[in-house]
Design a protein around this ligand. Structure first.
Ligand SMILES: [Zn+2]
Ligand SMILES: [Zn+2]
Length: 391
Protein backbone atom coordinates (compact mmCIF):
# COMPACT_ATOMS: atom_id res chain seq x y z
CA UNK A 1 0.00 0.00 0.00
CA UNK A 2 1.39 3.41 -0.88
CA UNK A 3 1.01 6.50 1.26
CA UNK A 4 -1.22 7.90 -1.49
CA UNK A 5 -3.63 4.97 -1.19
CA UNK A 6 -3.93 5.42 2.57
CA UNK A 7 -4.54 9.17 2.27
CA UNK A 8 -7.28 8.57 -0.30
CA UNK A 9 -9.00 5.93 1.84
CA UNK A 10 -8.81 8.10 4.96
CA UNK A 11 -10.44 11.01 3.16
CA UNK A 12 -13.16 8.78 1.73
CA UNK A 13 -13.98 7.40 5.18
CA UNK A 14 -13.89 10.80 6.86
CA UNK A 15 -16.02 12.48 4.24
CA UNK A 16 -18.65 9.70 4.26
CA UNK A 17 -18.90 9.95 8.05
CA UNK A 18 -19.02 13.74 7.85
CA UNK A 19 -21.98 13.60 5.43
CA UNK A 20 -23.93 11.45 7.90
CA UNK A 21 -23.65 13.09 11.32
CA UNK A 22 -25.76 11.63 14.14
CA UNK A 23 -26.13 12.89 17.70
CA UNK A 24 -25.50 10.91 20.88
CA UNK A 25 -26.94 7.37 20.99
CA UNK A 26 -28.54 7.76 17.52
CA UNK A 27 -25.38 6.81 15.59
CA UNK A 28 -27.10 4.01 13.65
CA UNK A 29 -25.90 4.83 10.12
CA UNK A 30 -22.44 5.47 11.55
CA UNK A 31 -22.44 2.15 13.40
CA UNK A 32 -23.55 0.20 10.30
CA UNK A 33 -20.93 1.94 8.17
CA UNK A 34 -18.08 1.31 10.62
CA UNK A 35 -19.07 -2.33 11.09
CA UNK A 36 -19.15 -2.93 7.33
CA UNK A 37 -15.79 -1.26 6.75
CA UNK A 38 -14.10 -3.05 9.67
CA UNK A 39 -15.48 -6.45 8.60
CA UNK A 40 -14.24 -5.76 5.07
CA UNK A 41 -10.77 -5.28 6.59
CA UNK A 42 -11.06 -8.74 8.18
CA UNK A 43 -11.67 -7.71 11.79
CA UNK A 44 -14.08 -9.47 14.13
CA UNK A 45 -16.79 -6.92 14.96
CA UNK A 46 -18.99 -7.05 18.06
CA UNK A 47 -21.92 -4.66 18.03
CA UNK A 48 -24.48 -3.34 20.47
CA UNK A 49 -22.24 -2.10 23.30
CA UNK A 50 -23.82 1.00 24.77
CA UNK A 51 -26.49 0.92 22.06
CA UNK A 52 -24.74 1.90 18.84
CA UNK A 53 -21.17 1.26 20.06
CA UNK A 54 -18.97 -1.48 18.68
CA UNK A 55 -15.63 -3.18 19.23
CA UNK A 56 -13.52 -4.53 16.37
CA UNK A 57 -10.77 -6.99 17.29
CA UNK A 58 -7.51 -7.76 15.52
CA UNK A 59 -5.10 -10.48 16.74
CA UNK A 60 -1.59 -11.24 15.58
CA UNK A 61 1.17 -13.59 16.69
CA UNK A 62 0.59 -15.51 19.88
CA UNK A 63 -2.81 -13.80 20.10
CA UNK A 64 -4.77 -13.81 23.28
CA UNK A 65 -1.84 -14.96 25.48
CA UNK A 66 0.02 -11.73 24.66
CA UNK A 67 -1.03 -8.24 25.72
CA UNK A 68 -4.09 -6.33 24.57
CA UNK A 69 -4.72 -2.63 24.10
CA UNK A 70 -7.71 -0.53 23.11
CA UNK A 71 -7.78 2.34 20.64
CA UNK A 72 -10.91 4.42 21.14
CA UNK A 73 -12.71 6.82 18.83
CA UNK A 74 -15.95 8.68 19.54
CA UNK A 75 -18.88 8.54 17.11
CA UNK A 76 -21.36 11.33 17.84
CA UNK A 77 -21.98 14.68 16.19
CA UNK A 78 -23.51 17.90 17.55
CA UNK A 79 -26.88 19.61 17.05
CA UNK A 80 -25.34 22.47 15.06
CA UNK A 81 -26.02 23.88 11.61
CA UNK A 82 -23.01 23.51 9.33
CA UNK A 83 -21.86 26.68 7.58
CA UNK A 84 -19.88 26.60 4.36
CA UNK A 85 -20.29 24.51 1.24
CA UNK A 86 -17.95 21.56 1.51
CA UNK A 87 -18.72 18.99 -1.20
CA UNK A 88 -19.27 16.48 1.62
CA UNK A 89 -21.18 18.80 3.94
CA UNK A 90 -23.73 17.40 6.39
CA UNK A 91 -26.80 15.94 4.71
CA UNK A 92 -28.79 16.38 7.91
CA UNK A 93 -29.69 19.98 8.52
CA UNK A 94 -29.02 20.98 12.11
CA UNK A 95 -26.58 18.15 12.83
CA UNK A 96 -22.86 18.47 12.22
CA UNK A 97 -19.56 16.78 13.01
CA UNK A 98 -18.25 19.95 14.65
CA UNK A 99 -15.91 18.21 17.11
CA UNK A 100 -14.01 16.15 14.54
CA UNK A 101 -15.26 12.75 15.69
CA UNK A 102 -15.56 11.90 11.96
CA UNK A 103 -11.77 12.32 11.79
CA UNK A 104 -11.24 10.28 14.96
CA UNK A 105 -13.27 7.38 13.49
CA UNK A 106 -11.44 7.61 10.15
CA UNK A 107 -8.08 7.38 11.97
CA UNK A 108 -9.18 4.24 13.82
CA UNK A 109 -10.35 2.72 10.51
CA UNK A 110 -6.96 3.68 9.07
CA UNK A 111 -5.16 2.01 11.99
CA UNK A 112 -7.21 -1.15 11.38
CA UNK A 113 -6.30 -1.02 7.69
CA UNK A 114 -2.56 -0.58 8.33
CA UNK A 115 -2.33 -3.10 11.18
CA UNK A 116 -4.42 -5.73 9.39
CA UNK A 117 -2.28 -5.31 6.28
CA UNK A 118 1.19 -4.90 7.76
CA UNK A 119 0.98 -6.54 11.20
CA UNK A 120 4.21 -5.96 13.08
CA UNK A 121 2.80 -6.60 16.54
CA UNK A 122 2.11 -9.54 18.83
CA UNK A 123 -1.15 -9.44 20.75
CA UNK A 124 -4.65 -8.07 20.52
CA UNK A 125 -5.92 -4.68 19.43
CA UNK A 126 -9.50 -3.74 20.27
CA UNK A 127 -10.82 -0.78 18.30
CA UNK A 128 -13.45 0.79 20.52
CA UNK A 129 -16.01 2.90 18.68
CA UNK A 130 -17.87 4.77 21.39
CA UNK A 131 -21.23 6.55 21.06
CA UNK A 132 -22.37 9.63 22.95
CA UNK A 133 -19.11 11.31 23.95
CA UNK A 134 -20.60 14.81 23.88
CA UNK A 135 -23.06 14.30 26.77
CA UNK A 136 -20.49 12.16 28.63
CA UNK A 137 -22.67 9.06 28.70
CA UNK A 138 -21.30 6.68 26.07
CA UNK A 139 -18.26 5.34 27.92
CA UNK A 140 -20.33 4.33 30.94
CA UNK A 141 -22.92 2.74 28.63
CA UNK A 142 -20.27 0.57 26.97
CA UNK A 143 -18.77 -0.38 30.34
CA UNK A 144 -22.24 -1.32 31.60
CA UNK A 145 -22.49 -3.67 28.61
CA UNK A 146 -19.27 -5.41 29.66
CA UNK A 147 -16.65 -3.55 27.59
CA UNK A 148 -13.73 -4.46 29.84
CA UNK A 149 -14.97 -7.91 30.92
CA UNK A 150 -15.64 -9.04 27.36
CA UNK A 151 -12.63 -7.34 25.78
CA UNK A 152 -9.73 -7.51 28.22
CA UNK A 153 -7.39 -4.56 27.76
CA UNK A 154 -4.17 -3.74 29.58
CA UNK A 155 -4.35 -0.13 28.40
CA UNK A 156 -6.58 2.18 26.41
CA UNK A 157 -5.64 5.13 24.20
CA UNK A 158 -7.51 7.86 22.37
CA UNK A 159 -6.87 10.92 20.23
CA UNK A 160 -8.65 14.27 20.06
CA UNK A 161 -7.89 16.78 17.35
CA UNK A 162 -6.88 20.20 18.63
CA UNK A 163 -7.57 23.39 16.67
CA UNK A 164 -5.08 26.08 17.63
CA UNK A 165 -2.18 23.63 17.78
CA UNK A 166 0.15 23.32 14.75
CA UNK A 167 -1.04 20.66 12.31
CA UNK A 168 0.34 17.24 13.20
CA UNK A 169 1.68 18.11 16.65
CA UNK A 170 1.19 15.25 19.12
CA UNK A 171 0.88 16.36 22.72
CA UNK A 172 -0.03 14.76 26.00
CA UNK A 173 1.11 14.60 29.60
CA UNK A 174 1.21 12.15 32.48
CA UNK A 175 -1.40 12.89 35.14
CA UNK A 176 -4.50 15.10 34.83
CA UNK A 177 -4.98 16.25 31.26
CA UNK A 178 -8.69 17.15 31.00
CA UNK A 179 -11.03 18.35 33.72
CA UNK A 180 -14.10 16.88 35.33
CA UNK A 181 -17.43 18.55 34.67
CA UNK A 182 -20.09 18.65 37.36
CA UNK A 183 -23.37 20.56 37.26
CA UNK A 184 -25.29 22.04 40.15
CA UNK A 185 -28.78 23.40 40.66
CA UNK A 186 -29.88 25.43 43.68
CA UNK A 187 -33.66 25.86 44.06
CA UNK A 188 -34.33 28.67 46.51
CA UNK A 189 -37.81 28.97 47.98
CA UNK A 190 -38.93 32.18 49.67
CA UNK A 191 -42.34 33.81 49.86
CA UNK A 192 -43.42 35.90 46.89
CA UNK A 193 -45.60 38.96 47.07
CA UNK A 194 -46.32 42.53 46.02
CA UNK A 195 -43.27 44.51 44.89
CA UNK A 196 -44.37 47.40 47.13
CA UNK A 197 -44.55 45.29 50.32
CA UNK A 198 -41.08 43.83 51.04
CA UNK A 199 -41.99 43.37 54.70
CA UNK A 200 -44.52 40.70 53.65
CA UNK A 201 -42.12 38.55 51.59
CA UNK A 202 -38.97 36.47 51.77
CA UNK A 203 -37.31 37.60 48.56
CA UNK A 204 -35.54 34.60 46.98
CA UNK A 205 -34.07 36.79 44.26
CA UNK A 206 -31.99 38.73 46.78
CA UNK A 207 -31.05 35.47 48.47
CA UNK A 208 -30.10 33.93 45.13
CA UNK A 209 -27.99 36.93 44.20
CA UNK A 210 -26.14 36.62 47.50
CA UNK A 211 -25.55 32.92 46.83
CA UNK A 212 -24.14 33.65 43.34
CA UNK A 213 -21.65 36.14 44.79
CA UNK A 214 -20.73 33.96 47.76
CA UNK A 215 -20.06 30.97 45.47
CA UNK A 216 -17.24 33.00 43.95
CA UNK A 217 -15.39 32.59 47.25
CA UNK A 218 -15.40 28.79 46.99
CA UNK A 219 -12.51 28.44 44.53
CA UNK A 220 -10.76 31.56 45.86
CA UNK A 221 -10.97 30.65 49.56
CA UNK A 222 -11.53 26.89 49.89
CA UNK A 223 -9.65 25.15 47.06
CA UNK A 224 -5.90 24.78 47.66
CA UNK A 225 -4.02 27.17 45.34
CA UNK A 226 -2.02 24.24 43.96
CA UNK A 227 -5.25 22.72 42.59
CA UNK A 228 -7.10 24.05 39.56
CA UNK A 229 -10.87 24.52 39.69
CA UNK A 230 -13.57 26.62 38.03
CA UNK A 231 -17.02 27.35 39.42
CA UNK A 232 -19.37 29.23 37.09
CA UNK A 233 -23.01 30.13 37.65
CA UNK A 234 -24.64 29.95 34.24
CA UNK A 235 -28.40 30.46 34.78
CA UNK A 236 -30.56 32.51 37.14
CA UNK A 237 -34.28 31.90 36.67
CA UNK A 238 -37.17 33.39 38.66
CA UNK A 239 -40.93 33.15 38.50
CA UNK A 240 -41.44 36.83 39.28
CA UNK A 241 -43.29 39.47 37.26
CA UNK A 242 -42.80 43.21 36.68
CA UNK A 243 -44.49 44.11 39.96
CA UNK A 244 -44.34 40.81 41.86
CA UNK A 245 -41.48 39.48 43.93
CA UNK A 246 -40.92 35.84 42.97
CA UNK A 247 -41.50 32.90 45.25
CA UNK A 248 -38.74 30.79 43.70
CA UNK A 249 -35.33 31.24 42.16
CA UNK A 250 -33.22 28.60 40.42
CA UNK A 251 -29.47 29.09 40.11
CA UNK A 252 -27.63 26.64 37.87
CA UNK A 253 -23.97 26.27 37.17
CA UNK A 254 -20.98 24.18 36.19
CA UNK A 255 -17.72 23.23 37.88
CA UNK A 256 -14.42 21.86 36.55
CA UNK A 257 -11.50 20.33 38.37
CA UNK A 258 -8.90 17.60 38.03
CA UNK A 259 -9.46 15.41 41.08
CA UNK A 260 -12.32 13.65 42.86
CA UNK A 261 -11.24 15.28 46.15
CA UNK A 262 -11.73 18.76 44.67
CA UNK A 263 -15.06 17.66 43.14
CA UNK A 264 -16.21 16.61 46.63
CA UNK A 265 -14.98 19.86 48.15
CA UNK A 266 -16.83 21.97 45.57
CA UNK A 267 -20.04 20.04 46.15
CA UNK A 268 -19.79 20.36 49.93
CA UNK A 269 -19.08 24.10 49.85
CA UNK A 270 -21.90 24.79 47.35
CA UNK A 271 -24.34 23.06 49.73
CA UNK A 272 -23.00 24.79 52.85
CA UNK A 273 -22.92 28.29 51.34
CA UNK A 274 -26.41 27.96 49.82
CA UNK A 275 -28.01 26.52 52.93
CA UNK A 276 -26.28 29.00 55.24
CA UNK A 277 -27.38 32.04 53.24
CA UNK A 278 -30.94 30.71 52.93
CA UNK A 279 -31.12 30.09 56.68
CA UNK A 280 -29.92 33.63 57.39
CA UNK A 281 -32.82 35.04 55.37
CA UNK A 282 -35.61 32.65 56.29
CA UNK A 283 -35.58 30.98 52.90
CA UNK A 284 -34.98 27.31 52.12
CA UNK A 285 -33.17 25.58 49.29
CA UNK A 286 -32.64 22.25 47.61
CA UNK A 287 -29.23 21.62 46.08
CA UNK A 288 -28.55 18.95 43.48
CA UNK A 289 -25.03 18.21 42.28
CA UNK A 290 -24.41 15.81 39.39
CA UNK A 291 -21.24 14.33 37.90
CA UNK A 292 -21.25 14.78 34.13
CA UNK A 293 -17.64 13.96 33.21
CA UNK A 294 -14.84 12.30 35.16
CA UNK A 295 -11.44 13.99 34.97
CA UNK A 296 -9.13 12.45 32.37
CA UNK A 297 -5.96 11.36 34.18
CA UNK A 298 -3.23 9.81 32.05
CA UNK A 299 -1.38 6.83 33.49
CA UNK A 300 2.43 7.26 33.51
CA UNK A 301 3.12 3.89 31.84
CA UNK A 302 0.56 4.45 29.08
CA UNK A 303 1.84 7.99 28.60
CA UNK A 304 5.44 6.77 28.24
CA UNK A 305 4.33 4.42 25.43
CA UNK A 306 2.34 7.19 23.74
CA UNK A 307 5.25 9.62 23.87
CA UNK A 308 7.63 6.98 22.47
CA UNK A 309 5.18 6.30 19.62
CA UNK A 310 4.77 10.03 18.98
CA UNK A 311 8.55 10.40 18.61
CA UNK A 312 8.53 7.57 16.04
CA UNK A 313 5.77 9.34 14.12
CA UNK A 314 6.68 13.03 13.84
CA UNK A 315 9.86 15.13 14.29
CA UNK A 316 10.75 15.91 17.91
CA UNK A 317 9.65 19.54 17.59
CA UNK A 318 6.13 18.26 16.93
CA UNK A 319 6.01 16.21 20.16
CA UNK A 320 4.97 17.87 23.42
CA UNK A 321 5.22 15.41 26.31
CA UNK A 322 4.12 17.92 28.94
CA UNK A 323 1.20 19.85 27.46
CA UNK A 324 -0.74 22.18 29.76
CA UNK A 325 -3.95 20.48 30.97
CA UNK A 326 -7.24 21.54 29.34
CA UNK A 327 -10.20 22.67 31.46
CA UNK A 328 -12.56 21.07 28.93
CA UNK A 329 -13.94 17.60 29.66
CA UNK A 330 -13.87 14.26 27.81
CA UNK A 331 -15.73 11.01 28.27
CA UNK A 332 -12.39 9.18 27.82
CA UNK A 333 -11.80 9.92 31.52
CA UNK A 334 -14.27 7.17 32.42
CA UNK A 335 -12.34 4.61 30.35
CA UNK A 336 -9.02 5.75 31.84
CA UNK A 337 -10.43 5.22 35.33
CA UNK A 338 -11.14 1.57 34.52
CA UNK A 339 -7.78 0.67 32.93
CA UNK A 340 -4.51 2.62 32.55
CA UNK A 341 -4.98 5.03 29.68
CA UNK A 342 -3.49 7.93 27.79
CA UNK A 343 -5.35 10.61 25.86
CA UNK A 344 -3.36 12.36 23.15
CA UNK A 345 -4.00 15.65 21.33
CA UNK A 346 -3.34 15.91 17.61
CA UNK A 347 -2.81 19.46 16.34
CA UNK A 348 -5.47 20.33 13.76
CA UNK A 349 -3.79 23.55 12.56
CA UNK A 350 -3.53 27.06 13.91
CA UNK A 351 -4.71 29.13 10.95
CA UNK A 352 -8.34 30.23 10.49
CA UNK A 353 -10.10 28.03 7.91
CA UNK A 354 -7.06 25.71 7.83
CA UNK A 355 -7.84 23.65 10.90
CA UNK A 356 -7.75 26.57 13.32
CA UNK A 357 -11.50 27.22 13.65
CA UNK A 358 -12.71 26.24 17.14
CA UNK A 359 -14.33 22.95 18.05
CA UNK A 360 -18.14 23.16 18.37
CA UNK A 361 -18.33 26.09 15.92
CA UNK A 362 -20.43 25.91 12.78
CA UNK A 363 -17.37 26.62 10.61
CA UNK A 364 -15.11 24.06 12.28
CA UNK A 365 -13.41 21.59 9.91
CA UNK A 366 -11.27 18.56 10.61
CA UNK A 367 -7.94 18.94 8.84
CA UNK A 368 -7.62 15.97 6.44
CA UNK A 369 -3.85 16.52 6.26
CA UNK A 370 -3.40 15.20 9.82
CA UNK A 371 -5.36 11.94 9.32
CA UNK A 372 -2.30 10.01 8.27
CA UNK A 373 -0.28 11.29 11.23
CA UNK A 374 -2.94 9.93 13.57
CA UNK A 375 -2.91 6.54 11.82
CA UNK A 376 0.88 6.27 11.88
CA UNK A 377 0.86 7.22 15.55
CA UNK A 378 -1.67 4.48 16.34
CA UNK A 379 0.31 1.90 14.34
CA UNK A 380 3.57 2.89 16.08
CA UNK A 381 1.81 2.80 19.42
CA UNK A 382 0.49 -0.73 18.86
CA UNK A 383 3.92 -1.94 17.76
CA UNK A 384 5.55 -0.25 20.77
CA UNK A 385 3.03 -1.56 23.30
CA UNK A 386 2.75 -5.05 21.76
CA UNK A 387 6.21 -5.74 20.28
CA UNK A 388 6.89 -8.86 18.23
CA UNK A 389 9.31 -11.34 19.80
CA UNK A 390 12.84 -10.28 18.96
CA UNK A 391 11.68 -6.87 17.72
ZN1 LIG B 1 -17.03 18.01 21.48
ZN1 LIG C 1 -14.85 15.84 20.78
Amino acid sequence: MTAGDLGTRLRRWRHALHEHPETAFTERWTSDYLAAELEALGLVVTRGLGGTGLVATLRRGSGSSAGAIGLRADMDALPLHERGDLPYRSRTDGVMHACGHDGHMAMVLGAAHVLAGEGGFDGTVHLVLQPAEEPGRGADAMIADGLFERFGMDMVFGIHNTPGHPAGRLSTRSGPVMASEDNFEIRVTGRGGHASQPQMVVDPLVVGAEIVLALQTVVARAVPPSEAAVLSCTEFVTDGARNAIPGHVVVRGDTRSFSPAVQDLLERRIREVSQGICAAHGATCEVTYTHEFAPTVNHPDATALAVAAARLTVPDDLVDADVAPFMGSEDFGVLGRAVPGCFVFLGNGDEPDAGGNPLHSSDYTFNDDVLETGVRFYANLVRTALPEAGA
